[in-house]
Design a protein around this ligand. Structure first.
Ligand SMILES: *Cc1c(COP(=O)(O)O)cnc(C)c1O
Length: 344
């Protein structure tokens, strides 16, 4: 088989949820947007529910409806994008809780789904989603009278603990939610690690469940082993791959592996990336193709059957670094072609 194997450790995801849950006194939700960060929400969400998560967050209503099918009626599922036109039937039928982001959304919600649960999202400086202070002041009394399930905001710089934006957004959130009795939530993974001032009633980790930074104590979740399809000897002066970007300086052994940018091996990582054969790191050579990459395995004593891109020797964040990106993008780029194996 030339299909690469992506192994996803569900017990590690569960352990990571419990680790983050142990850091706070409040409730810990689980963020499962984008197919649980690319890892397969149909397998990941039941594992999280099994270990104790009772609240889930997704980005859009369609993801919420799919998650409701997977998890059944017991859990609470909230939607960050709120109540958009066209969402009404999904929100109603799947009993999803929209996080209302604007007066327009609030009007739509009370007109189309009177009495249906909702939360409120406030903007405390990120300028992405949520109501700013003036809009919030106009809506505050009416919205609070209808018992929102949650009042939330999101931190822009939580992965940098010393960034002044964190304290600024915290102060803004405290000020905007003074005298509010509804449960409050400010922290994603980074915010959990900033300490108790940021925890409020509910935390919303995503990446920290899936083994990515800034959750430094996370157990690794993903292993990616890629089969070698062919090996060849190249002489000094020969080139490898599209556009001849790599030239052998000495006689070399090149392995051609069965994964490429269509599988989430971000093309920009090419010249910086390594894979592992056991303890030995071997470099990618030449351009990443759609379905293939070349690796210089001259240093190995034996021809390998597979090489490992993500695993014990290289975390998702290490691999992200090869491409100048973040672990979140590596995970959510993982392709549909892999043979996915779930460990429980
Ligand atoms: C994605 C997201 C989260 C989870 O963030 P992580 O950094 O992955 O923990 C929490 N809240 C909101 C609003 C988000 O968009």
């Amino acid at each position: 088989m030339s299909t690469a194997t992506l192994t996803i450790d569900l017990s590690a995801i569960e352990a990571n949820w419990r680790k983050l849950n142990a850091l706070t006194d409040g409730e810990t939700a689980a963020v499962a947007k984008a197919d649980a960060y690319g890892l397969g929400v149909d397998r990941v969400a039941p594992a999280l529910a099994h270990t104790g998560a009772r609240q889930f967050f997704v980005a859009v209503a369609e993801e919420g409806a799919a998650l409701r099918e997977i998890l059944g009626p017991e859990v609470q599922i909230s939607v960050f994008s709120g109540h958009m036109e066209g969402d009404t039937a999904l929100l109603r039928d799947a009993r999803l809780i929209p996080m209302i982001n604007s007066v327009d959304q609030m009007v739509r919600h009370v007109e189309t789904l009177p009495g249906h649960a909702f939360g409120l999202q406030l903007d405390t400086g990120m300028n992405r989603l949520g109501m700013e202070d003036a809009e919030w002041q106009a809506l505050r009394e009416i919205a609070l009278a209808q018992s929102p399930t949650l009042i939330m905001s999101h931190l822009a710089c939580a992965d940098e603990p010393r960034h002044p934006m964190n304290a600024q957004q915290l102060a803004c959130f405290v000020q905007m939610t003074q005298d509010v009795t509804a449960p409050r939530s400010l922290a994603a993974t980074g915010g959990v690690l900033l300490g108790p001032d940021f925890h409020f009633d509910l935390t919303r980790p995503g990446i920290g469940l899936y083994g990515g930074l800034p959750h430094v104590d996370a157990l690794p979740v993903v292993t990616l082993d890629i089969p070698v399809i062919q090996t060849r000897d190249v002489a000094a002066g020969e080139t490898v791959g599209y556009a001849n970007t790599w030239t052998a300086a000495t006689p070399s052994v090149i392995a051609t592996l069965s994964a490429g940018y269509a599988d989430g091996l971000i093309r920009a990582m090419g010249p910086n990336a390594t894979l592992h054969a056991g303890e030995v790191a071997v470099p990618v050579v030449g351009r990443v193709s759609m379905d293939l990459i070349g690796v210089d395995i001259t240093a190995l004593d034996q021809l390998p059957e597979t090489l490992q891109l993500i695993g014990d020797h290289q975390s998702v964040d290490t691999v992200a670094g090869f491409a100048g990106t973040i672990g979140y993008e590596v995970l959510t780029s993982l392709g549909a072609r892999y043979n996915r194996v779930y460990r429980t």
